[in-house]
Design a protein around this ligand. Structure first.
Ligand SMILES: Cc1ncc(COP(=O)(O)O)c(C=O)c1O
Length: 496
């Protein structure tokens, strides 16, 4: 039997034949159509009644085939929006799933699928074979990778108001090439905010606006290398993309020891600089011990070394006052690096560095002769800070993330008592300590549950000076509110 039908302008030739009967034949044919890209992600399928009529088969057969494919994650079925191809399944017209968006009830990540038994969305299969049940997810339904706040909570209305005010009041010459350090309005607003909220000693003249932390780190790597520095020590746990930026500038990046008190940067060997996350070690979550703060400052003063302070999520501290910036102790030896990536959104690409005066000129020269960061966003952020909207947004975000953190800790304590939730005094992620030797299998189980997340091994320096630990790094700030409960439930199902 061969029939054709059309959905949303897509003509599809479908042959529901095969050795296993009509239901099996139709299931295989639909799966093939999705896999080959003839049915694109999110395409709405005809109702079971009309497809049955088209194909001349019983409506129940179509309904059963749809149900099979929903259970396998190829399709989603939702009241009011019908049956659709699941977002993010692979095919010729692949369209990525919205991170953090559940793919619909009945998908492998929905609550109806028992742990490890559902076939995750979109496994690549040889034609007409049923997907083997052990293929890992290609397009996760829930994003628990740390690094992003809840983007659905971006303060659009307030940001738009700030943008309107900023553009209305900006002098016309603000739209020119301007100062390579960045707009003076933003540097002035940041100097005030950072002094008040983070204890940074900042002069607008030594602040340089960048396209996020990574841009600043690349600039600093070049400045350090040009000064003859050969080595910048980094933490035993962190982000390889950041270490790679330093290596790209020609610097060696050995690891500093990490122990029960966190990173120990006291004696970083031959290094001319150290890269640290003092307020909230990424990803382990410890604050740099007061003795070690003093020791690293003493080292920098004694040797002329520099501390690069990555204050990526310093605003988000829950149980007490935020830990103040290390830079406040030694503004002449510490470069303070901040970003809007956690407090607002990474897509803004806005960051800032507060430089020791002796470094300011070289850093500005390394950034370039014209400002490479868009003026309108800078003016908007300046207004956002000056109007108090930034403080209001941070305060309300803190409350929301704190609730999630508490829900995470409570759910894990109840459903996975062998797992210890650590590093949660601050930030938008937690470290879930696992029984020894289980990290890999739990990461795999999480993939089965449709979760994108990282094991601690992902963040471990290849030459880490630290005892091996088994853990998950869970970015609980990342999913939108609507997906958070589902993500937490899926996470608990993956835990031992
Ligand atoms: C440890 C750490 N530092 C800095 C950043 C911010 O980087 P950027 O400002 O380039 O987005 C992040 C974001 O994920 C981070 O995790």
């Amino acid at each position: 039997m061969a029939n054709s039908w059309a959905t949303l302008g897509v003509d599809l030739h479908l042959e529901p034949i095969g050795p296993g009967g009509l239901r099996r034949g139709l299931t295989d044919a639909l799966r093939d159509a999705v896999r080959s890209g003839r049915l694109a992600p999110a395409t709405r399928l005809p109702s079971s009644r009309s497809l049955a009529a088209d194909l001349g088969i019983a409506r129940n057969t179509v309904a059963e085939a749809y149900a099979d494919l929903v259970a396998e994650g190829w399709l989603t079925a939702r009241q009011g929006s019908g049956t659709r191809v699941a977002p993010g399944v692979p095919g010729g017209t692949e369209r990525p799933a919205e991170p953090g968006t559940p793919t619909g009830s009945g998908t492998p990540t929905g609550s109806g699928t028992p742990a490890g038994t559902g076939t995750p969305a979109g496994p690549a299969q040889p034609a007409r074979a049923r997907p083997p049940r052990r293929t890992p997810v290609l397009r996760p339904a829930y994003d628990l990778v740390p690094g992003s706040p809840d983007l659905a909570a971006f303060p659009r209305t307030e940001w738009l108001k700030a943008a309107r005010r900023a553009l209305t009041t900006a002098p016309f010459h603000a739209l020119g090439y301007g100062d390579p350090r960045g707009r003076p309005e933003l540097r002035t607003a940041l100097a005030g905010y950072l002094a008040r909220a983070r204890g940074v000693r900042a002069d607008p003249g030594t602040i340089v606006i960048t396209a996020g932390f990574s841009h600043a780190l690349g600039i600093l790597g070049g400045v350090l290398r040009a000064r003859g520095v050969r080595t910048a020590a980094v933490e035993s746990y962190g982000l390889d993309v950041h270490w790679a930026l330093l290596r790209k500038a020609g610097l060696a990046t050995p690891a500093l020891p990490f122990d029960g008190f966190g990173t120990d940067p006291g004696e970083p060997g031959e290094a001319g600089a150290v890269l640290l996350t003092p307020a909230h070690q990424f990803p382990m979550g410890t604050a740099l011990h007061p003795d070690r703060r003093a020791a690293v400052v003493a080292w920098a003063r004694r040797t002329g070394g520099l501390v690069l302070e990555d204050d990526y999520d310093g605003e988000f501290r829950y149980d007490r006052q935020p830990v103040g910036a290390l830079q406040g102790l030694a503004p002449d030896r510490v470069v303070y690096l901040g970003t809007a990536s956690k407090s607002l959104a990474p897509g803004l690409r806005l960051g800032w560095m507060v430089l020791p005066p002796e470094l300011a000129e070289e850093a500005v020269a390394a950034k370039g002769r014209v400002d490479t960061v868009g003026v309108l966003d800078q003016l908007t952020l300046a207004d956002f800070l000056a109007s108090g909207a930034y403080d209001r947004h941070v305060r309300s975000s803190r409350l929301r993330y704190r609730r999630r953190r508490d829900a995470l800790a409570a759910a894990v304590a109840e459903r996975a008592p062998e797992v210890r939730v650590t590093g949660i005094a601050a930030g938008l992620h937690a470290v879930l300590r696992l029984p020894p030797g289980t990290e890999e299998s739990v990461v795999q189980a999480a993939a089965w549950q449709g979760l994108a997340l990282h094991g601690l091994a992902f963040h471990r320096h290849p030459r880490a000076v630290a005892d091996p630990l088994d853990a998950l790094v869970v970015g609980y700030g990342t999913p939108p509110d609507s997906a958070w409960t589902g993500a937490l439930d899926a996470l608990c199902r993956a835990l031992p």
